[in-house]
Design a protein around this ligand. Structure first.
Ligand code: PLP
Length: 402
């Protein structure tokens, strides 16, 4: 990314480009030893200089830990937010956001095709705690507006969605939310902080499963929440304080080693994402050349219904590609079993390419509901291997199952 900066200076992160922030935000060399990389502060507690005499505010590692602080500062800087919070998983962060903003009796809107774990959290956990919800197809702004009630305090969107890569217009939905006195939360996991910056588009809160592209190496489970500086609803101006309070009170924090791994991943996020996008584009081009591929879901395609919005709000179109094969469920399962470089597995966003069959794997639990996915659908998390090898692997898998 080109970036004009006459006064390169780490004291004002907002003047620095994305990758500079990824490498330096929250991560100054250690003043005592000069260590360039933040230490893993594997400690639960801190010596006090006299009762209540805390050094830099550290008292107990559920409340705060220096390695986690480094990650929280970095992720806030990457999303252009005021405050970041790191959690033990994406869902731990989501749960903390819902409990911080909503009270029993209030209402939230979630995507019809929400990430399955988010749907389960809302339907099975926070609903029994008293929070009502409705689902809406988030690509349709009017449908989201129609789902809002006088109790709605949160509109929750993912964009792109999983597994069909639907696109939500973040700016339009922020307006719908704020008009209703509700906050807009964007789950930015599929796009990553590099490709999409929801806060600049009007979102109030961004959540991530850092397990995916942020960590990027399939070796850590984590979550992040970033709160905007300017919150769109006065009632929630204290959103960051509420979330900070609940992070400590509920306690689903990111541990020091997991925080460190995630920070290490973030340093290369931009270069990994460029490569994920390059490879995904080549794979889409290959799939489009096949007469036994009946449908391709990728927001970079001009034929994708969300393409224009994606062009407006994403730098590029990401590393997730879904497609349907001729031959139905049986063939789709065969293709998933036939690849040699694409590993059959759930999750996404790592350097290695993964293939999966949503109807039988990630989305098995929504069979028979409105969320059911096509039986012939295959989802790829395109890794950063050599594109030619990935294309050859898919070609072999498709040819050998014809
Ligand atoms: C994986 C995922 C989550 C949940 O994150 P965990 O780290 O698995 O708890 C939430 N949203 C999306 C879009 C995801 O892909």
């Amino acid at each position: 990314m080109t970036h004009d900066n006459e006064n390169a200076d780490l004291s004002d992160l907002s003047t620095l480009g994305f990758t500079t922030r990824a490498i330096h935000a929250g991560q100054e060399p250690d003043p005592r030893t000069g260590a360039v990389v933040p230490a893993i502060y594997q400690t639960s507690t801190y010596k006090q200089d006299g009762v209540g005499g805390l050094r830099e505010g550290y008292e107990y590692s559920r409340s705060a830990n220096p390695t986690r602080t480094a990650l929280e500062e970095c992720i806030a800087a990457l999303e252009g937010g005021a405050k970041g919070f790191a959690f033990a998983s994406g869902l731990a962060g989501s749960d903390t956001v819902i409990r911080s903003i909503l009270r029993p009796g209030e209402h939230m809107v979630i995507p019809t095709d929400a990430y399955g774990g988010t749907y389960r959290l809302v339907d099975k956990v926070t609903k029994s705690w008293g929070v009502e919800y409705s689902t809406a197809p988030i690509a349709d702004v009017d449908a989201v507006r129609a789902a809002v009630t006088d109790k709605t305090k949160l509109i929750w969107v993912e964009t792109p969605t999983n597994p069909k890569l639907g696109i939500a217009d973040i700016t339009a939905l922020a307006a719908v939310a704020h008009e209703a006195g509700a906050l807009l939360v964007v789950d930015n996991t599929f796009a990553s902080s590099y490709l999409q910056q929801p806060i600049a588009l009007g979102a109030d809160i961004v959540v991530h499963s850092t397990t995916k592209y942020s960590g990027g190496h399939s070796d850590v489970v984590g979550g992040a929440v970033v709160v905007a500086k300017n919150i769109g609803v006065p009632e929630f101006e204290d959103a960051a304080e509420r979330i900070g309070f609940h992070q400590n009170a509920i306690g689903a924090i990111s541990g020091p080693f997991d925080s460190w791994l995630t920070l290490r991943g973030l340093k290369t996020l931009s270069v990994r994402m460029e490569r994920h996008c390059d490879n995904a584009e080549k794979i889409v081009e290959f799939l489009a050349s096949r007469d036994d591929v009946t449908k391709i879901y990728y927001p970079g395609l001009a034929s994708h219904p969300g393409h224009d919005v994606a062009v407006k709000q994403m730098k590029r179109f990401g590393g997730m590609v879904s497609f349907e094969v001729a031959g139905g469920m049986e063939r789709a399962l065969e293709v998933c079993n036939a690849t040699k470089i694409f590993t059959l597995g759930e999750s996404l966003g790592g350097v290695e390419s993964l293939i999966e069959h949503p109807a039988r794997m990630t989305h098995a639990s929504v069979a028979g509901t409105d969320l059911e996915v096509p039986a012939a659908l295959i989802r790829l998390s395109v890794g950063i291997e050599e594109a030619d090898d990935l294309v050859a692997d898919l070609r072999n898998a498709l040819d050998s199952t014809r």
